[in-house]
Design a protein around this ligand. Structure first.
Ligand code: DX5
Ligand code: ZN
Length: 212
């Protein structure tokens, strides 16, 4: 699956940009929420999320880069999220926030930054619908893919296969047509792409190329 990241869209023409995504073969729209505390950047929050819900026909895959996700996950569920994910390293215990998301009937996702050992996700693989492995440090679009992520993907894929789980693996950061096939071959199910989709002349074609 391919999930374009709206963070790289032109916000002055957000409606048109989402229209392109609606007409494309994208599987979902990745929605990056940053609070300026967990990451050194601020993106957008509920007003934009609600606008996306109104104009986007694709499932909204919410990636929270915030502290205290348990305070906000329900509101993102209510704002129309298909999945809500937050960082494992942002909380002491992910279970309360995961339960709030499940109670809303929304898919759960746990995320780790590149400096967090993938082993830490292992106890949760049967408790979430998806894990998101960051292939850049969360906070900004347009960074270069960290190649060591491929080993992490293989490791998590192995764990999922061994335990006969159907947890999805999503990978986010620096994905482009040059590395997409390696990320897929390593075992990823969902490829997030910001710049490689929106910073091109033809985002619909760019999504096709990533799939190919
Ligand atoms: C980074 C975000 C990513 C970002 C990806 O913190 O989580 O989703 O938008 O953008 P690219 O594909 O440009 O690295
Ligand atoms: Zn993201």
């Amino acid at each position: 699956m391919v999930a374009p990241s709206v963070l790289s869209a032109d916000f002055a023409r957000l409606g048109e940009q989402i229209d392109l995504i609606n007409r494309s073969n994208a599987d979902m729209l990745h929605v990056d929420v940053m609070d300026g505390v967990f990451v050194p950047n601020i993106s957008f929050g509920f007003p934009v999320m609600k606008a996306l819900q109104r104009c986007c026909t694709k499932p909204l895959d919410v990636h929270l880069m915030i502290v205290h996700p348990e305070r906000y996950v329900e509101r993102f569920c209510d704002a129309g999220a298909w999945s809500v994910g937050f960082h494992l390293e942002a909380v002491e215990d992910p279970e309360p926030a995961l339960q709030l998301i499940r109670n809303k009937g929304v898919r759960t996702c746990l995320t780790i930054n590149p400096d967090i050992d993938a082993e830490r996700l292992v106890p949760y693989l049967d408790k979430v619908d998806m894990v998101l492995l960051m292939s850049v440090f969360a906070g900004f679009g347009g960074q270069a893919f960290i190649p060591e992520t491929l080993d992490k993907i293989r490791f998590i894929r192995e764990q999922i296969t061994q335990r006969h789980l159907n947890t999805l693996i999503e990978v986010d950061g620096g994905i482009n047509t040059g590395n997409a096939s390696a990320v897929y071959a390593a075992g990823a199910d969902v490829l997030v792409a910001g710049s490689a989709v929106f910073h091109t002349k033809d985002p619909i074609a760019a999504i096709e190329q990533l799939r190919a």
